[in-house]
Design a protein around this ligand. Structure first.
Ligand SMILES: [Zn+2]
Ligand SMILES: [Zn+2]
Length: 139
């Protein structure tokens, strides 16, 4: 049986379901993620074909740059998705998943832009900018 995971925003207006394995969690410490989340992003990813989203009427997309847009619930404000321009995968915020997620941390990116009020000390690989393998699992 194929692995299935579900999740939702805080108010429940936007729900999603993924099938197949999830990528390890990548923590993004860039300034855009910091301001949008109030801390930093923790996100997994799947191929576009492996996610179904319900409640898209409540989903708003904000383009912080020409490279990507960020999907959030317009009612409760939960950040749910990050979608890179031209990519065939979608990043999903790890905290939006129903527990247990089975997710594991993979690496830190854009550590060069991180907030000055915390340390990265979990032993995972740290990249100053991009540079991690951010692909979604094939299977
Ligand atoms: Zn919501
Ligand atoms: Zn970021």
């Amino acid at each position: 049986m194929s692995e299935t995971n579900t999740g939702r925003c805080l108010c429940g207006a936007v729900r999603f379901k993924t099938t197949g394995p999830l990528r390890g969690v990548i923590y993004c410490h860039c300034g855009q993620c910091r301001r949008q989340t109030g801390h930093y992003v923790a996100a997994t990813a799947v191929a576009d074909a492996r996610i179904t989203i319900e409640g898209t009427d409540s989903l708003s997309w904000y383009e912080a740059s020409a490279d990507a847009k960020r999907g959030f619930c317009r009612t409760c404000g939960s950040l749910l998705f990050w979608k890179g321009e031209g990519l065939d995968r979608i990043s999903i915020m790890a905290g939006a998943f129903d527990q247990p997620t089975g997710l594991k941390g993979q690496s830190h990116i854009f550590a060069g832009d991180k907030g000055d009020y915390y340390a990265i000390d979990d032993g995972l690989p740290v990249f100053e900018a991009s540079g991690a393998n951010t692909s979604a699992p094939k299977a």
